[in-house]
Design a protein around this ligand. Structure first.
Ligand SMILES: [Zn+2]
Length: 359
């Protein structure tokens, strides 16, 4: 008779997060039209920009700032986005500065182009800017650099080659950002924008120094990608970056669990919402459940690639395969860091197996 092994509870990151009952979250019913400015709070405008991906849009925000605007995020550097910006800014009035939440192309893509066209500075956190430099380096092929990681984690060599071909180069989606335009953000100090005072909240895990902005007094949060209403932010391992991003994500989720129903959450994707605390707990529970499922599947040595159907219910297609591999590896690294899995290389592929807690 086989002995049933009960699931350990050690992948629970914070017991309090499981037991605290948060009210709920609900969507703001604003009908959003792509390319149109929507005033969602006094002096705060939402603009939706299109993207040619499965995730087909990003929300960016224009904040009244004296006689002009401060812009939070920019959209991809595509001709469609640039066209919308030219129209919108001709109507809205002068752009004063740009703040980007993080280095991902949908957020920073058009920043360099906007900064040149309108002669404005771009503010970004130091670690995000370091990644922009690395990803834009003409002497490096960042996508190709991911191959050894994917091979080590079981992605077959021919699939690695296809994946490298199917992931667009960073600089195809991101306009060159001149160093003299860039100002590094002091994340410890509030940022005054017009009449509003925004407190930075730094998130890690989705990207290394992601910026969210909270105007506590007015009950407004510009969330970026850190906590999203309808999808979970991708948390993945990439070469040369955070090697335990899920741990980092959990560690920086705490402030969002303290943002209640009274705060209107302005996310980078989908509808604005209320109930950030509830949503943050939901995302946390989702990862906890995924950690449990992965751990349970590791009764025999398996690779990250073998585990893809466990995490996603199917094998992913390119280019999602790259995000998917990174996400599984992030969960496995987390479980290994907690002493719940151990790994070894078998024929060059890393295999994970349950490590039973001694009791
Ligand atoms: Zn992002």
């Amino acid at each position: 008779m086989s002995k049933q092994i009960s699931q350990p509870t050690r992948f629970i990151h914070r017991q309090a997060w499981r037991t605290q009952a948060y009210a709920q979250s609900y969507k703001h019913d604003l009908p959003i039209e792509t390319g149109q400015l929507h005033e969602i709070a006094a002096g705060v405008y939402l603009l939706r920009l299109p993207m040619p991906f499965a995730l087909d849009h990003i929300n960016v925000y224009l904040l009244e700032d004296g006689a002009g605007f401060t812009l939070i995020d920019c959209g991809l550097n595509t001709s469609k986005t640039r066209e919308i910006w030219t129209q919108v800014l001709a109507q809205a009035g002068p752009l004063k500065r740009i703040i980007v939440t993080h280095h991902h192309p949908d957020h920073i893509g058009a920043a360099g182009w906007l900064a040149e066209k309108y002669d404005v500075p771009v503010f970004i956190t130091a670690v995000e800017y370091e990644v922009v430099g690395r990803y834009s380096d003409p002497d490096r092929d960042i996508v190709q650099e991911r191959s050894p990681l994917w091979l080590e984690h079981g992605l077959p060599a021919e699939r690695v080659d296809d994946l490298v071909k199917n992931i667009p180069n960073y600089t195809r989606l991101v306009s060159p950002l001149a160093a003299e335009r860039v100002h590094l953000l002091d994340t410890r100090a509030p940022i005054q924008i017009g009449a509003r005072r925004w407190t930075p909240i730094i998130g890690r895990g989705h990207s290394p120094e992601h910026l969210s902005l909270l105007d506590k007094e007015a009950g407004l949060l510009i969330g970026g990608d850190q906590v999203l209403p309808e999808i979970t932010p991708n948390i993945a391992v990439w070469p040369g970056s955070d090697q335990n991003p899920l741990f980092s994500y959990f560690e920086t989720l705490e402030p969002f669990l303290a943002i209640g129903q009274e705060v209107l959450h302005l996310p980078s994707h989908h509808q604005p919402m209320y109930g950030t605390d509830y949503r943050a707990q939901q995302i946390y529970s989702h990862h906890e459940e995924r950690l449990g499922a992965l751990w349970s599947a590791c009764t025999v040595p398996v690779s990250a690639y073998d585990l893809m159907p466990v995490l996603f219910g199917r094998m992913l297609a390119d280019p999602e395969m790259g995000f998917g591999m990174g996400e599984i590896i992030a969960h496995l690294y987390y479980l290994e860091s907690q002493g719940l899995l151990q790994s070894e290389l078998i024929n060059g592929v890393r295999h994970y197996k349950q490590q039973m807690p001694a009791n």
